[in-house]
Design a protein around this ligand. Structure first.
Ligand SMILES: [Ca+2]
Ligand SMILES: [Ca+2]
Ligand SMILES: [Ca+2]
Length: 186
């Protein structure tokens, strides 16, 4: 069922526990605000990474009260670091789907690609622009060519092509990125 992905980058439970302890320390009220999450990850608010953290934050604020409670936070960490492929794809679909209508249009896809592009590709040489990447994704994934990507097109498209998969599952090396950044904590 497409779950043969490698687990080498997975954080272990101890690291998740550490992040939970940080949560309790940073946030004794039990409700985490966006700026506190950024602080935990050591992300300056003006950076592109900050936009990424904000998107993550919104996708995990299940009851949309603009804070993450402890359970939402733990669910988030588990999904990002230990979730299976299907769960992770569903989650990243939610991140892409900014207006929450269950379909992705070009603007939504391009928005996330731009963020990934800045974070992931700034060091490696890539000869495609975010627009070209977006076009290629639609070419491969939008099966009925209606300019919208549905969840099922998204899930199927991701499994068809490794390049698309890496973009769609938002594997911006989230694990190592978060690990690196959280190491900077005092
Ligand atoms: Ca909440
Ligand atoms: Ca949408
Ligand atoms: Ca479509």
């Amino acid at each position: 069922m497409g779950q043969e992905e490698s687990h080498t980058e997975e954080m272990d439970l101890a690291q998740i526990q550490d992040l939970c302890i940080i949560f309790m320390k940073e946030c004794p009220s039990g409700a985490l605000h966006l700026h506190e999450l950024k602080k935990i990850f050591g992300v300056p608010s003006s950076s592109e990474e900050s936009l990424y953290v904000e998107t993550i934050f919104r996708s995990f604020d299940t009851n949309q009260d603009n804070t993450l409670d402890f359970l939402e936070y733990v669910a988030a960490l588990h999904l990002i670091f230990r979730g299976n492929l299907e769960d992770r794809l569903k989650w990243s679909f939610k991140m892409y789907d900014k207006d929450g209508n269950g379909k992705l249009d070009r603007q939504e896809v391009k928005r996330i690609i731009r963020i990934i592009y800045k974070i992931k590709f700034q060091t490696s040489s890539v000869n495609m622009s975010p627009s070209e990447i977006c076009d290629r994704i639609f070419e491969l994934v939008d099966q009925n060519n209606d300019g919208q990507i549905t969840l099922s097109e998204f899930m199927e498209g991701a499994q068809k092509d490794e390049w698309v998969m890496n973009l769609l599952k938002l594997d911006v090396n989230a694990t190592s990125w978060v690990t690196q950044n959280s190491v900077k904590l005092p």
